[in-house]
Design a binder for this molecule. Structure first.
Ligand code: ASP
Ligand code: MG
Length: 401
């Protein structure tokens, strides 16, 4: 059995923790597994390196940043390999390049283009534990590239795909994916299994556990992903293809996104093309519009509302103001949040959305905007009720059961 394991920054945060990881890897080896172990930089290390660069320049060249940042993961890979060798295990540390990872040229946010697993396979064939520095590859000219923040998860999934590994285990300080954030609802339960699509919808829950791009890639390549803790022996959560029995569960999780702002445009000229113009301009400014609602127009005017991440509100305002001849007025509200109910069971059950609306109504929480997809119902509400709404919904779908 070939397993790709990945250990995140906190799991390798100091020398004792690297020792702990070495013991865990050694144990898996003793169980007869072939192993490729991907590591992150020690926690805080990547940020520290960024701050070093910023000491000299506000805008350091991205190519040099990749040279700098890729070093964090190399340190951990080498140390883990040394720790394993000291325990009598045959291990070899590899950079992204040595592991055969080739990316495009987009420095600091590169995409993996291909992986040549020959060197890893050769080492595995020789009985070695392969340790790979995560978060990096090289472009076709041989320059080091990095894969974007949290990119070691992506390295692990991509390697698991290229090696046809039986599974990919992502270790962090959290022991899996929960029905909601346990800091908001202490009754939150760890899920045994969840589908890729649900995981992607719950991304704000899972962001600390799994990087989004890595889940997308796992789905594309069909890699069986486990989210586990390196500090416990708990089972973790399996993220995998959707199966029939998953649909028996109505809802898998509820999630709160506080980083939302609402824009309402009043008295918008009700003519063909106006929405296209506004949203094209927003897109050109790289503003991520999430929910959109438009009312049926009267007297040649209509109202249009949408949400953007809070950090993009100022930019959105500028865009909206450039349409002043087409819009009578605009309101902006940062004090909103989005609560979402996610579950593949919605595909085959009706009434899931109604249950959410009823639950919120029962607490006198007003819903300002609604959007739905096949597996998600999202609602924009007043920010001060966000946590109450999460607990209410968690109860309504009996997620603690
Ligand atoms: N060290 C990189 C980061 O902090 C990559 C990773 O940890 O996955 O973003
Ligand atoms: Mg991470």
């Amino acid at each position: 059995m070939l397993v790709v394991q990945k250990y995140g920054g906190t799991s390798v945060g100091d020398l004792d923790r690297i020792e702990n990881v070495a013991n865990r890897v050694a144990k898996a080896r003793d169980e007869g597994k072939d192993l490729v172990v991907v590591v992150s930089a020690m926690s805080g290390e990547t940020n520290k390196l960024i701050s070093y660069a910023e000491h000299f320049s506000k805008n350091p060249a991205k190519k040099e940043m990749d040279m700098l940042l890729s070093s964090g993961e190399r340190v951990t890979a080498a140390l883990l390999s040394i720790a394993l060798q000291a325990k009598g295990y045959d291990a070899v540390a590899m950079t992204g390049r040595q592991a055969g990872i080739v990316t495009d040229d987009l420095h600091t946010y590169a995409r993996i283009e291909k992986i040549d697993p020959t060197a890893m396979q050769k080492a595995i064939g020789e009985g070695k534990i392969v340790i790979v520095a995560g978060f990096q590859g090289v472009n076709k000219d041989g320059s080091v590239t990095t894969l974007g923040r949290g990119g070691s998860d992506l390295s692990a999934v991509a390697l698991a795909g290229a090696l046809h590994a039986d599974q990919c285990e992502i270790y962090s300080d959290v022991d899996g994916i929960y029905t909601t954030d346990p800091r908001i609802e202490p009754k939150a339960k760890k899920l045994d299994t969840i589908s890729y699509d649900e995981m992607l919808e719950l991304s704000s829950l899972g962001a600390k556990v799994l990087q989004n791009r890595s889940v997308e890639l796992a789905k594309k390549l069909g890699v069986k992903l486990y989210a586990k803790s390196s500090f416990t022996e708990n089972e973790g959560t399996l993220i995998t293809e959707e199966s029939d029995n998953m649909e028996e569960v109505l809802v898998s999780g509820v999630v709160l996104d506080k980083n939302q702002a609402r824009v309402t445009l009043r008295g918008v000229s009700d003519r063909p093309g106006i929405a296209a113009e506004i949203f094209t301009k927003l897109a050109d400014e790289n503003i991520n519009v999430d929910m959109i609602i438009q009312n049926v127009g009267t007297d040649g005017k209509t109202n249009l509302g949408f949400t953007v991440p809070q950090s993009e509100l100022e930019n959105a305002k500028r865009v909206v103001e450039s349409f002043d001849h087409d819009i009578e007025g605009a309101d902006y509200d940062e004090n909103v949040c989005k609560v979402s109910v996610v579950g593949v069971g919605m595909k085959s059950h009706s009434g899931v959305a109604a249950k959410a609306f009823n639950a919120l109504a029962g607490n006198n929480i007003n819903i300002q905007m609604i959007s739905t997809s096949e597996i998600k119902v999202s609602m924009i509400i007043d920010e001060k009720y966000g946590e109450l709404a999460i607990r209410t919904l968690h109860d309504a779908y009996e997620l603690d059961k």
